[in-house]
Design a protein around this ligand. Structure first.
Ligand code: AMP
Length: 462
């Protein structure tokens, strides 16, 4: 099996006359969490209707598809994965007909013991269609003879270790689940549908609710199973001993949209605080603060505010970059970055520039950006990263390269500075990052920065 790290968005709705359209919009708002494939499963008169495909939400669904996805309940999923192979079979939601009717599952996260569970299930006769970890849950449910889906889930989930926020659609329920560590976000809301009534909605991020006019009700709690049916919402727990909390701090650093509330905190505000603390920890005499757009913008605002240095859009981003573009036949230096980011020499020529980005992973993007900034005439380039050095891969649902490709896992900060050719380079401390999210390493997972993985990790099993 390949390494399997996914970034995903999930959405679900129950009791909405426009269920599939709301799901489409919910996925549209959460496109940043996954761009490789998208799918919606709706429920009509106890039967599932499925539409899935490779590509962006806007490309996968057409008016005719949404018309076909009838019913007042639906779930949807956006997926990004690093794995090649039989991609069509891995597009979520996964759906199957089980003993107690049709079941569809959308999963954000990663089961770290998927390979071991898969091997066991195969011994019992399970036939796997795809190569993804989510299918394990479907098979564990299929092996259960109970017709109580909540009971089936309570028996299946303790066998799976890792990160999972799930939306599940059965013949008579929408179920939303968050793993006991609370790695990935999952929020519950209500959308007014007239006559004082409302539909229930579930999403990875609150920005999906904003688009469809839904009201945020609360987070699904770590270890909670929320089931929604025509009688309302009911809460149950995942069985087993309580775990430590391990909310993903990287959601706040990079992954979530800044206009979302994640783990009860505004992502925009926490990113600004990361920038402020970065400025306190790593000041430098300079003329201006320039963000790497868009990911570095809130932190650069914070850095500018704290340091008193003016904030300037010294790099402009082209927002219309597709997945592919035709390269010129003769090589243009740094073409790949230039097509997306263009430094403004009028702004930065002759200046000492503090460049702020949210994270530095391989270092290759930063190296190219600095080359462009120097070519545009900057006198000095001081690179500031609004998170600590990324030293470990994520096994819980964020796509990060292997340790060998993480520059901070292999090199000192001075060596990285030299590689990216910055005049100075510094990072936010782990303590500073935790302060910015008003938390501690007891309740957040910061394994990609501090190496403290909350679950056992066997790299070969992932
Ligand atoms: P690099 O250091 O060249 O690998 O690229 C760092 C850039 O990638 C930063 O601007 C981040 O905003 C962005 N980034 C960090 N983590 C991820 C991720 N998991 N997926 C996509 N982009 C990322």
């Amino acid at each position: 099996m390949h390494s399997w790290h996914e970034e995903c968005a999930i959405f679900g709705t129950w009791g909405d006359p426009e269920a599939s359209r709301m799901t489409y919009l919910g996925l549209y708002a959460q496109q940043h969490r996954g761009q490789e494939s998208s799918g919606i499963v709706s429920l009509h008169e106890g039967a599932q209707i499925v539409h899935k495909g490779m590509g962006l939400v806007g490309d996968v669904f057409h008016e005719s598809d949404l018309q076909r996805l009838v019913g007042t309940a639906a779930i949807g999923h956006n997926r990004y994965s690093t794995t090649g192979g039989s991609l069509q079979d891995n597009i979520q939601p996964l759906s199957a007909e089980l003993l107690n009717g049709p079941v569809a599952i959308g999963h954000n996260g990663n089961f770290v013991n998927a390979q071991a569970v898969r091997d066991e299930l195969k011994k019992k006769g399970s036939i796997f269609q795809g190569t993804n970890d989510t299918e394990c849950l479907l098979h564990l449910l299929a092996h259960n003879r109970s017709d109580d889906m909540i009971k089936c889930l309570q028996e299946a989930l303790p066998q799976l270790v890792g990160a999972y926020s799930l939306v599940i659609l059965t013949k008579d329920k929408l179920i939303a689940i968050r793993d006991p560590f609370g790695f990935r976000p999952l929020v519950l809301g209500q959308r007014p549908i007239g006559d004082g009534s409302f539909s229930w909605v579930v999403a990875s991020e609150t920005c999906a609710f904003d688009l469809i006019g839904a009201k945020f009700v609360r987070e699904v709690e770590p270890g909670e199973i929320v089931s929604i049916d025509n009688k309302g919402a009911h809460s149950a727990r995942i069985l087993g001993k309580p775990q430590r909390l391990a909310k993903c701090v990287f959601e706040h650093v990079y992954f979530a949209r800044p206009d979302s509330q994640v783990f009860g905190l505004s992502v925009y505000e926490s990113r600004k605080r990361m920038g402020e603390i970065l400025a306190i920890e790593n000041p430098v005499p300079a003329d201006m603060v320039v963000p790497v757009p868009d990911s570095g913008v809130p932190a650069a605002i914070g850095y500018s505010r704290q340091s008193g240095l003016p904030f300037e859009l010294g790099i402009i981003r082209n927002h219309y970059i597709g997945r592919t573009f035709i390269q010129p036949s003769q090589s243009i230096r740094s073409f790949g970055v230039k097509i997306k980011l263009n430094p403004q020499s009028e702004v930065i020529r002759g200046k000492r520039v503090v460049v702020v980005d949210d994270s530095l992973v391989r270092g290759t993007t930063s190296q190219k950006i600095i080359r462009l900034i120097r070519a545009a005439g900057a006198k000095e380039v001081h690179f500031r990263i609004a998170s600590p050095p990324t030293t470990g891969p994520c096994y819980y649902g964020v796509d990060t390269p292997r340790k060998s490709q993480l520059i901070a896992a292999q090199h000192s900060i001075e060596e990285i500075r030299e590689f990216i050719d910055a005049d100075t380079l510094s990072y936010l401390s782990v303590e500073g990052m935790m302060k910015a999210v008003h938390g501690s390493e007891k309740e957040f997972c910061a394994a990609c920065f501090d190496g403290n993985y909350p679950t056992p990790i066997n790299e070969e099993n992932i």
